[in-house]
Design a protein around this ligand. Structure first.
Ligand code: NAD
Length: 442
């Protein structure tokens, strides 16, 4: 595919961009996403009328969630579900629980899901959900009541053919199980396909827990081949040691690779000749806080979170939260390659600095797509009442990740654009083509 001008009307219309008050552009993170998208649309030479609907989320729901706490008082939480696009299929996206979740963040992450599903070419659109709460201060029963009431409140929006939630920051397989049970109770029959990332006992897929991390590992193998890096001699730093970061570090370790630094919200640790990740994982599992704080082993030193990002490693894998690599620290980054496992860890300003420094960034919508790919495989199994073995799941995952990487890489080389732009341009092109085939309604 070349950067052709398909309708002669290619300018992103600045007047509409600035004056359209219905578009949530003033908010920081959605505005950042639009900046990238607009630039890609312009480079693709797409017609404005074909592109403009994709700048707007299709549907947004804000709900209040009254919950009886363990001490008997009622607390009201706020929740969101945003469906950015259903052009290429049912909406798909995770659910996060965090005190700083807001509509802007959820909306941005929903859009990222649209581009992620398009870049790996699975038949889904994008969505995201969030509940403003601090799970560390909630009992398991309170978490369950929040989850069930949130599910009831967003019930009209979700379903296997409509919108399928999955785990994200601070949510897990158990929470997906409660969503599935609540939805099924309303329907009057069991509907496994309403969520993915469920426990295997109730229709979850083998291989789903490690899927995002395994997808990142396949991506690391691919970029190392392209860049001529011998992974047996390479050093890795992983920021974040949750569902994604722990799986990446563990899989790298099991491949025999040297992970020299790890951090989580409680701080970081470093060991020049490589950390024992299995030992660290066991410690974190048993630690009541589920954090690396207090971990002791021979030869390790402690590290501030910001220090981890600027270590002289070969490959840096941010796997924690968004906006970690900013214009303030991008200039100090020494890694040769950044493989984004978190969503949106790099700000657009930082991205530019990294490009100028010649650091290759493999973008989130490509490298962390393994989670949604195996979610798709889980959903396919659910709606057909199938159960595949883990080998089959991992082999599909590998095939899709490697094919997608190759497509983005070729686009990046042919069009001489950074990998992030290549991924967005491919995703945008696929989504616009789908929209044009469906046409405008009415
Ligand atoms: P999680 O809640 O399981 O883990 C988050 C980890 O990040 C924890 O270890 C936490 O301590 C750490 N952390 C938080 N703030 C930090 C900071 N400032 N510095 C260092 N560490 C910090 O969440 P997760 O599911 O592992 O998700 C991590 C990222 O990956 C998010 O951006 C998420 O959107 C993205 N993601 C998740 C999945 C998935 O399948 N879970 C799929 C694709 C992308």
């Amino acid at each position: 595919m070349s950067l052709d001008n398909r309708c002669g009307h290619t300018e992103v219309q600045n007047e509409q961009k600035c004056c359209d008050s219905s578009l949530p552009e003033q908010n920081h993170s959605y505005a950042n996403m639009l900046k990238v998208l607009d630039a890609c649309a312009e480079k693709l030479g797409v017609c404005w009328d074909d592109y403009v609907p994709l700048r707007y989320p299709e549907r947004e729901l804000t709900v209040s969630i009254p919950v009886e706490m363990d001490d008997g008082h009622v607390k009201v939480f706020t929740g969101y579900r945003v469906q950015h696009s259903s052009v290429r299929g049912p909406c798909k996206g995770g659910l996060r629980y965090s005190s700083d979740v807001d509509l802007d963040e959820v909306r941005t992450l929903a859009a990222l899901m649209t581009w992620k599903c398009a870049v790996v070419n699975i038949p889904y659109g994008g969505a995201k959900g969030g509940v403003q709460c601090d799970p560390t201060k909630l009992s398991s029963q309170e978490l369950m009541r929040i989850t069930r009431r949130y599910t009831a409140m967003i019930l009209p929006l979700i379903g296997p053919e409509k919108d399928i939630p999955a785990p994200d920051v601070n949510t897990n397989a158990q929470i997906m199980g409660w969503i599935m049970d609540t939805y099924s109770a309303f329907k009057g029959f069991t509907v496994p396909g309403v969520v993915t990332g469920k426990p295997v006992e109730i229709g979850g897929s083998l291989g789903r827990e490690d899927a995002t991390g395994r997808g990142v590992l396949f991506t690391i193998n691919q970029i190392a081949l392209k860049k001529g890096i011998d992974l047996n001699k390479a050093s890795f730093a992983v920021q974040g040691f949750g569902k994604v970061g722990e799986a990446i570090a563990r899989l790298l370790y099991q491949e025999g690779y040297r992970v020299v630094a790890i951090s989580d919200i409680s701080g970081g640790i470093y060991k020049e000749d490589g950390l024992d990740i299995l030992d660290l994982s066991n410690y974190v599992k048993k630690n009541p806080s589920h954090l690396i704080e207090g971990y002791k082993a021979e030869g390790i030193s402690s590290l501030a979170n910001q220090e981890l990002l600027t270590l002289g490693v070969d490959i840096l894998v941010p796997s924690a939260r968004e906006n970690q690599i900013t214009e303030d620290n991008a200039g100090d980054i020494k890694a040769k390659i950044i493989v984004e496992a978190a969503n949106g860890p790099t700000t657009p300003e930082a991205d530019q600095i990294l490009n100028e420094k010649g650091i290759t960034v493999v973008p989130d919508i490509l490298s962390n797509a393994g989670g949604v790919v195996v979610s798709y495989l889980e959903w396919v199994q659910n709606i057909q009442c199938l159960m595949w073995d883990e080998k089959k799941v991992n082999s599909f995952l590998q095939e899709i990740m490697e094919r997608s990487f190759q497509e983005v890489w070729e686009f990046h080389e042919q069009n001489k654009v950074p990998m992030r732009e290549a991924a967005y341009m491919l995703a945008l092109d696929r989504t616009i083509k789908a929209r044009k085939i469906r046409g405008n309604f009415p």
